[in-house]
Design a protein around this ligand. Structure first.
Ligand code: 5CA
Ligand code: ZN
Length: 416
């Protein structure tokens, strides 16, 4: 799939200091040591393209972008992959409701998404692949799971053939990523795409691997599994394997994916005989009007509308930076206004000779400390308040072009 054009990166020689990131699996911050020396491999779960990019998505991809920039600053090459869930229930239902072709709906929303990502100066992933593009590999993966004795059929009353599920019990416990109890899992499984009560399943959390053909749904031929379409989790395992190989270093995405999606992706991978990711990094949920911003609730603030209305995308980035990536927070128009003022102050400071090696050092230290953007903004506020006097006091060694560092580390342009 066509991704977007990455912003050009301001040159900043790597600090060589490792990124420390909170790992949901172990419940604490730990340094990132790539499995392949010198090269970090990162996967971020992509959009289901039936509504354009809202601030919640933007916040999650902003967090992944900061991870990538921090990994780069630590001296690593970075390789990143991102999927597009263009074959899934909510998208097909929306296309049906609106009387549009599902492929056209997906394509139009992906186009808006890539435009938003480019406007926000998010570095494009090396691999940006949709489920329909990855279908051959997904089918092969489902067939491999079947051949390894992990798939079982469940009769479907509204289809000719059975649906196929992954038998989690073969490999033992679920919950490696979330660490949740069965009760916690049951509370959210159904509302996050699961079907714990489906008759004929061996275990409540067994995920759908392959759904048999239903009238009006897009289908692909999968040999002895019959015609149909894949379940959700297998797509990310397949796209990650093809793009990055398994295991890889960091699985990123919003905290709503910890369970079931990331637990079950890891379970698929184990069933294939491979560990999945080493570190699981999750960003918090952005809310609006008292609830999580979500397509199903409809309480959305779209990036492209803000931009169309004249908001500087760099001010949006500053709002995102004002919240720690792991915390849940609410979008507000007042904060956006404050961010606009802040951006103007930073730009004035950058024009006024904003050299400060101490500030650059503080920015890098904050970023590699679990993406501590609030501390980075404090450093920038002091720098902007100090103006050119910061230079005479600055005795710290190292690069001191603050605007170049803000660009390289945080993706924000301060110079026109
Ligand atoms: N296609 C799947 C992932 S494989 C999916 O969750 N799509 S999505 O469109 O619902 O979300 C895309 C990404 O944005 C995911 O990483 C999700 O965790 C994140 N996300 C969704 N809503 C929010 C929100 N309100 N705040 C922060 N991140 C969010
Ligand atoms: Zn995913």
């Amino acid at each position: 799939m066509q991704s977007w054009t990455s912003p050009s990166l301001s040159p900043l020689p790597p600090s060589g200091r490792p990124l420390r990131l909170f790992d949901s699996r172990i419940g604490r911050v730990a340094p990132i040591t790539p499995l392949t020396p010198g090269r970090a491999r990162l996967y971020v779960c992509g959009i289901t393209p039936y509504d354009s990019t809202h601030l919640g998505h933007a916040s999650t991809y902003h967090a992944a972008d900061l991870m990538r920039r921090a990994l780069h600053d630590s001296g690593l090459e970075v390789e990143m992959a991102q999927n597009v869930t263009d074959v899934d229930d909510p998208l097909l239902e929306r296309a049906d409701r609106d009387g549009v072709d599902w492929e056209e709906l997906a394509a139009s929303q992906v186009e808006l998404f890539t435009g938003d990502m480019a406007a926000l100066r998010i570095i494009a992933p090396e691999t940006f692949r949709s489920v329909s593009e990855a279908m051959d590999g997904i089918i092969e993966m489902v067939l491999t799971l079947h051949a390894r004795g992990r798939a079982y059929p469940v009769a479907a009353s509204d289809a000719e053939g059975p649906d196929w599920y992954l038998d989690l019990a073969v490999d033992g416990a679920l919950g490696d990523v979330s660490g949740w109890t069965e009760q916690q899992m049951l509370e959210v499984f159904a509302e996050r795409g699961g079907d714990p009560e489906r008759e004929g399943k061996r275990g409540p959390f067994d995920p759908l691997l392959w759904r048999a053909e239903r009238p009006g749904e897009p289908v692909w031929e999968a040999g002895l599994l019959g015609r149909g379409r894949p379940g959700w989790h297998v797509e990310c395992v397949c796209i990650a394997q093809e793009a990055l190989d398994l295991p890889f270093d960091i699985q990123a995405g919003g905290s709503d994916l910890i369970f079931p999606h990331h637990d079950l992706s890891a379970a698929h991978s184990v069933a294939l005989g491979r560990p999945f990711a080493t570190t699981y990094a999750h960003s918090g949920m952005v809310g609006y009007e008292g609830e999580k911003m979500s397509k199903s609730l409809g309480n959305l603030v779209f990036v492209h509308r803000l931009v169309r209305d004249g908001v500087d995308p760099m001010a949006i980035r500053l709002v995102l930076m004002a919240h720690h990536y792991r915390s849940d927070w609410e979008w507000s128009a007042q904060e956006l206004e404050l961010a606009g003022t802040r951006l103007a102050r930073y730009r004035t400071a950058a024009q006024r000779d904003g050299h400060s090696a101490a500030t650059v050092q503080a920015l890098r230290a904050a970023l590699r400390d679990d993406l501590d953007t609030a501390t980075a903004l404090d450093a920038l506020d002091s720098w902007a308040a100090g103006g050119s006097s910061a230079r005479s006091k600055d005795v710290t060694e190292g690069p001191g072009d603050v605007a170049a560092a803000v660009d390289a580390l945080f993706g924000i342009t301060l110079r026109g």
